[in-house]
Write a protein that binds this ligand. Structure first.
Ligand code: IMP
Length: 178
């Protein structure tokens, strides 16, 4: 098994480049079938989803556009603690079919915030595609319509995901070795 080091930590390959690409092809095919004849706006969540978004979007065979958003965290008075706020995004989405592209859904907080913002902006329909999900950490209620892989509740890097800013350029997904 391939092992790598990033800063002070060791990681082991968990999902190969080929497996990722094959799964994305399957998800893209599902989306192409589900939205045949319709127009779709894809919305990638920065920073982590840039690779997933690019590889997914290349395989979309629909009338489609893509936009990216970034969420800023701040600590609100809300009981759930951290709230994510969408910053600097002026895309007109009223009446559009929106598919959110996430790299990983962990607790689901990021997704919750994003879907809320998009629903508020009166999208006709909102669907979610995520490459990864950690079911044991997930406390959200929003369904993931197009899911790549379920993974254990362990820290991962690669394919857009980082450890302290590094590792995003890796083409496979690596899991922290404890
Ligand atoms: P959530 O809001 O708890 O679902 O977290 C989602 C965000 O946390 C993702 O978009 C990632 O940026 C980050 N994240 C969660 N788990 C990991 C991980 O294992 N490695 C790297 N980033 C992660």
């Amino acid at each position: 098994m391939k092992e790598i080091r990033i800063l002070d930590k060791k990681f082991r390959e968990m999902i190969s480049q080929d497996a990722i690409q094959e799964r994305i092809s399957q998800l893209a095919q599902q989306i192409n079938n589900d939205f045949r004849g319709k127009e779709v706006l894809f919305v990638g969540i920065l920073n982590g989803a840039f690779m997933f978004a690019a590889d997914m979007f290349k395989r979309i065979d629909l009338k489609a556009s893509i936009s990216f958003i970034k969420l800023a965290s701040y600590h609100g008075t809300n009981s759930t603690g951290e709230i994510k706020e969408l910053i600097g995004w002026n895309e007109e989405i009223t009446g559009k079919n929106v598919i959110i592209l996430e790299d990983i859904v962990d607790t689901g907080m990021t997704l919750e915030g994003t879907v809320h913002e998009i629903v508020l902006r009166k999208a006709a329909l909102v669907r979610v595609a995520s490459l990864l999900l950690k079911p044991d950490a997930f406390t959200g209620s929003i369904p993931i319509d197009y899911l790549g892989f379920e993974i254990p509740n362990n820290f991962v890097v690669g394919y857009g995901l980082d450890y302290n800013g590094y590792g995003r350029n890796l083409t496979s997904i690596y899991s922290l070795v404890r």
